[in-house]
Design a protein around this ligand. Structure first.
Ligand SMILES: [Zn+2]
Length: 342
């Protein structure tokens, strides 16, 4: 089969279109003919390499996958050849305390497609049956591939971690990113008032169409000042963070008394300064969040079936144009998801 692999970490040139053997499935797996694979910032990190993380090479990247089952292992009972599926992005052992208590995203053996195991930049991918979810009939493969990682992340952050409540005000950073776009929709479903940021008015307009109530162009306005103005100096109840660096510092200062900040990423930098006096004086709580539980993905898919959630596909490219796809993500040119098709 054709696949895009990396043999070393580096710039766009390390993405190689190669011919590889089709994956061999075990009794618990299915083989999925990939119809679409959405990109995430994770793909960029994986390509470039991360300090203190040993990524097995060569590797096929891509963790958000949709496709059709073409082969099933002998122990697979709930899925059959021809089923249209989405793939939950992380695999886990299924046996440890974390897995047995439903927190599979905290399993020590948690491995993501396209990061620690071969992913979806290929014609076929091998998937354990636990990771399969039936694709809703009312969405395309491209839309389907755009759901798992970002909606799971946003759902886990807002429902499981900060427990966002109706009537609360939330600041969602970077509406144009996949996780920002998902965060707005989850926050609106929960009944919150959403303030969001983006680098262009065009992106903000799209955020408004998704339900965002207050819009801040962070290139033209200081978002901290704007948040204070919008909330009558009070600050927001919750901040949805995934930027890190200097932005994190200002996100933290955007919080009201008893405010909560939840973060799942650090695209701008993994170090941030916070004033501890503000933390204790204002009774602020910080939450980390990593991916989400498979059960949460099953739960949130229902909101695609009833049309409450929309996946926003910005660009669909051929797998052979993978370098261009990575470039779009790196330059933050997209609103929502960039998808490649083999
Ligand atoms: Zn486990």
């Amino acid at each position: 089969m054709k696949a895009v692999r990396i043999f070393e970490h580096g710039n766009l040139d390390v993405l190689k279109i190669t011919e590889v053997e089709d994956p061999k499935i075990s009794s618990n797996d299915v083989l999925v003919n990939v119809k679409a694979c959405a990109l995430n910032h994770l793909d960029i990190w994986t390509r470039k390499g991360l300090p203190n993380v040993k990524i097995p090479l060569p590797l096929i990247l891509g963790c958000d996958i949709s496709g059709i089952i073409t082969e099933v292992g002998s122990e697979v009972k709930s899925f059959k050849i021809g089923d249209e599926v989405l793939v939950a992005p992380g695999t886990s052992c299924g046996k440890c305390y974390e897995c047995l208590s439903g927190q599979d995203n905290l399993c020590n053996s948690y491995k993501m497609f396209g990061y620690m195991i071969d992913g979806g930049y290929a014609e076929y991918v091998k998937v354990p049956q636990e990771n399969l979810i039936k694709k809703p009939n009312n969405i395309s493969f491209e839309e389907g591939a755009s759901i798992p990682l970002v909606f799971l992340t946003a759902w886990h952050m807002l429902v499981n971690r900060v427990k966002l409540k109706a009537g609360e005000t939330i600041l969602i950073q970077a509406a144009g990113s996949g996780v920002g776009m998902a965060g707005i929709q989850v926050a609106k479903l929960l009944g919150a008032r959403v303030i969001t940021t983006a680098s262009t008015d065009e992106k903000l307009q799209k955020a408004k169409e998704l339900g965002a109530d207050e819009l801040i162009n962070y290139k033209e306005q200081d978002f901290l000042k704007e948040v204070k103005r919008i909330t009558d100096k009070k600050g927001v109840d919750v901040v949805f963070e995934h930027i890190g660096g200097n932005t994190f510092e200002k996100s933290f200062l955007s919080l009201s008394k008893n405010g909560r900040l939840v973060t799942c990423g650090a695209t701008e930098g993994s170090n941030a300064n916070i004033d501890l006096r503000v933390l204790f004086y204002k009774h602020i709580t910080l939450y980390g969040s990593f991916m989400g539980q498979k059960s949460e993905l099953i739960e949130l898919i229902k909101f695609f079936e009833n049309g409450k959630f929309k996946s926003i596909v910005d660009k669909v490219l051929h797998l052979e144009d993978i370098k261009e796809a990575h470039k779009i993500i790196e330059e933050r040119r997209q609103f929502g998801k960039v998808v490649v098709k083999p």
